[in-house]
Design a protein around this ligand. Sequence first.
Ligand SMILES: NC(=O)c1ccc[n+]([C@@H]2O[C@H](COP(=O)([O-])OP(=O)(O)OC[C@H]3O[C@@H](n4cnc5c(N)ncnc54)[C@H](O)[C@@H]3O)[C@@H](O)[C@H]2O)c1
Length: 250
Amino acid sequence: MPDFTGKVAIVTGATAGIGEAVAGELFLRGAAVVIAGRDEGKAHAVALGLDPTGERAVPCRCDVRDWRSVQGLVETTLARFGALQLAVNNAGITGPAGLALPDCPVEAWEDVIATDLSGVFYGLKFEIPAILRSGGGAIVNMSSANGMVGLPGMAAYTAAKHGIVGLTRSAALEYADRGLRINAVGPGYVDTPRMRETPPELLSRFAAAHPMGRLASREEVARLISFLLSDDSGFSTGGVYPVDGGYTAQ
Ligand SMILES: NC(=O)c1ccc[n+]([C@@H]2O[C@H](COP(=O)([O-])OP(=O)(O)OC[C@H]3O[C@@H](n4cnc5c(N)ncnc54)[C@H](O)[C@@H]3O)[C@@H](O)[C@H]2O)c1
């Protein structure tokens, strides 16, 4: 089991869904966790739910579309805990679904790229120097099974998630010999609270898209991320790890 005692972690988009589960997993394994989210109230609630003392789980408002906000997140983390060893660049949106590419509004394209791709770039830009100054560590970026294969009707999302793979590989190579490992994960459809609003017939189609015939649980994704952040994966960098029930093996 990973042990993150004494380590400091940032999780973006930690106020809901997968990010909330990742924050919980890292906290459970001993890390101090900064719960970053656009909604300050929700970030407070998640942090308080994990740690009523406020010693090891703290909220921080951050909109990953704004580089100054991401810079502020890293500065706040360093000011509060004095170091940063772990980061999970998870925040993301799906954007338009089921729209042919010419019908995708430019504003929607820009919002998905700003959130899902530029948001990860900003994360890496400010986390990397902080982690190096803290003596090294590990970063995991949230891609998707659709960062490895295309999906009709979701051009912006698949483009951003493929872009994260390129960012991850390039960044990993830059820091491979400097004590900083950088990997990405590629979940298939995940059973999050938001996913439960999906009509049942669509959920069944999502489940059937995976050879294992079901969605991933948030915890299955969180545990893979935890492994990739831990010394147990000490020789892994620049990798993109599916957690997709065989979706991309087809
Ligand atoms: N749920 C899935 O099936 C699935 C599958 C593959 C990949 N992913 C990826 O996992 C990540 C989390 O997805 P989820 O399903 O938990 O979604 P979610 O909507 O439940 O949670 C997303 C989180 O990101 C935050 N967020 C969105 N825009 C932000 C911004 N501009 N700045 C800061 N935070 C922002 C939200 O507030 C929320 O906390 C996303 O990157 C998503 O693309 C999800």
